[in-house]
Design a protein around this ligand. Structure first.
Ligand SMILES: [Zn+2]
Length: 305
């Protein structure tokens, strides 16, 4: 994958206008040259009314470069989307709608908010690969605040103003691989089993703290490491680090979490964590482009012969 610009000046040189952005998108979507999705013909006309639409030279089908991306049918200029995605991808802690509004000189805060919401929604790739290999799994709680109260806890509720979170992290040698975080309703075996089934590939080895909720796991090998509650961070170091980093991040960036949006915050944290070594992949993903051309090393890792 090509280098992402490392500075705003580089970004401006690389993407000076909508045309440059459209060309970059073309190259992403058809790395081996244009192919008509209707008839597989390899020649197309650029329609004069815009760079975003090509017309197949054989069947005359019109193909939009932005179809299937977050930019499709947007009234905002392509370059604005690129700038926003670049800012979001390169800010290690994330950027607020207010910051985006100021930095891009957008007309209204609402425009910035909607733009950011769309980019955030693109953070979860529906076709993402489940975690594989050795995977630490555990649960934790996160405090949330209500609509008005700064550090609210609704009395009488389960877990007292805290939301339950399940987490999983791949272990790659001495380092963490990818992570998943999900809001869960309870610690029941069925709930935890569903989380593992959705997040971890069949045949993987799941390391847990031995909680009974994991005893009935299917399709994965289970390695319970019962050592008593105090030492859970010793046997499950990475999932615990992800838990504490995500809590700190939520407090620092969002000043505490709102219950309604918790899963989307977790998705954003996981998005940054999983792409911490690959800003270009983050940039492409934010624009709604799936990483179809995965690096060989990753392909080798996921081959489960
Ligand atoms: Zn065609």
């Amino acid at each position: 994958m090509d280098e992402l610009p490392r500075s705003l000046a580089e970004f401006e040189r690389r993407f000076p206008d909508d045309r440059a952005c459209a060309r970059w998108l073309m190259a992403r979507r058809w790395p081996d040259g244009f192919r008509c999705p209707g008839c597989d013909h390899d020649r197309a006309w650029e329609l004069s009314r815009g760079l975003l639409v090509r017309q197949c030279a054989r069947c005359e089908r019109q193909v939009s470069v932005t179809a299937g991306t977050v930019m499709h049918r947007s009234h905002l200029p392509l370059k604005l989307w690129f700038q926003a995605a670049w800012l979001v991808a390169t800010h290690s802690n994330g950027i607020s709608a207010r910051q985006l509004w100021k930095q891009l000189g957008l007309g209204s805060y609402k425009t910035a908010w909607l733009l950011l919401a769309k980019l955030r929604r693109a953070m979860v790739d529906p076709e993402r690969e489940p975690l594989f290999g050795l995977v630490e799994v555990d649960e934790t709680t996160m405090p949330f605040r209500g609509r008005d109260d700064p550090v609210a806890a609704k009395p009488g509720r389960a877990a007292d103003g805290k939301l339950l979170i399940a987490g999983a992290v791949e272990i790659r040698g001495k380092r963490p691989g990818r992570a998943r975080l999900q809001v869960i309703q309870d610690y029941a075996a069925a709930t935890l089993g569903a989380f593992v089934a959705a997040s971890v590939v069949k045949g993987a080895v799941v390391v847990s703290d031995g909680w009974s909720g994991y005893r009935t796991l299917k399709d994965v090998k289970h390695d319970p490491r019962v050592v008593g509650a105090m030492a859970a961070h010793v046997v499950l170091p990475w999932v615990h680090r992800v838990f504490s980093n995500s809590k700190r991040w939520a407090l620092g960036v969002y000043h505490g979490l709102r219950k309604k949006h918790l899963q989307s915050y977790l998705d954003e944290f996981v998005f940054r964590f999983n792409r911490r070594r690959s800003p270009p992949a983050a940039f492409a993903r934010l624009l709604g482009l799936a990483a179809r051309h995965k690096p060989t090393t990753y392909k080798m890792l996921i081959s489960r012969a």
